[in-house]
Design a binder for this molecule. Structure first.
Ligand code: GRF
Length: 201
């Protein structure tokens, strides 16, 4: 299985994926890490592990779709089977989603459909929920609306700040994303309507 990761920031999920590939938990090759941010630490993580890193400057394109088409071209050249969004902060257009339908995963720091969009952690804290978590899902054309692959819970403490809660969510994310990618690589995921079925048999 050939994979690509799209990331805009720190890349701790990317690191968890790299580690899982290196220790044999995920059977596949990470072909390329693409970022829309030149100084994303995720790109540095790729370089450290001798993985191709690629920065695409969104500002050189006059139309949003053109950025997406540039990414599509890169991923097609490398014959990528799975596109993994790991803290990628740009909305992808229908052009991109349709090109890789059923082959794009995203991770979101809340129990969807609660608290979609930006600041999922902050939204949960402000709402006052006692339990939040994270969700790995396939991408569709909506905002954090695609079929849910895996979810896990994280308790919210009264003493929590956005930082402490996000840190606790992050460590659960790393396990969850690895597991979802593993299941995909083993051909155990199928999409039926808006549901993702896990065929463990
Ligand atoms: C994660 O919390 C993820 O759920 C969200 O963005 C964050 C990325 O963190 N989509 P990192 O860059 O992987 O550390």
């Amino acid at each position: 299985m050939k994979m690509a990761v799209l990331a805009s920031g720190y890349g701790s999920n990317l690191q968890a994926i790299i580690d899982a590939i290196e220790n044999g938990e995920i059977n596949g090759k990470l072909e390329i890490v693409v970022s829309d941010k030149k100084d994303a630490y995720a790109l540095e993580r790729a370089r450290r592990h001798h993985i191709e890193d690629h920065y695409i400057n969104p500002k050189v394109f006059s139309v949003r779709d053109e950025f997406d088409r540039a990414v599509i071209a890169l991923l097609q050249e490398r014959k990528v089977d799975l596109v993994i969004l790991a803290g990628f902060m740009r909305l992808l257009s229908p052009v991109f989603v349709n090109q890789f339908m059923g082959k794009i995963m995203n991770i979101h720091p809340s129990l969807l459909p609660s608290f979609p969009g930006l600041n999922g952690v902050e939204q949960a804290l402000e709402y006052g929920v006692k339990v939040t978590g994270c969700t790995v899902h396939f991408l569709d054309e909506g905002l954090d609306t695609g079929p849910v692959i895996l979810q896990d819970t994280v308790p919210v403490y009264e003493s929590d700040t956005v930082e402490t809660l996000h840190e606790r969510i992050h460590s659960v994310e790393h396990r969850l994303y690895t597991r979802a990618i593993q299941l995909f690589s083993q051909g155990k995921l199928s999409i039926e309507g808006r549901k993702c079925i896990i065929n463990e048999g």
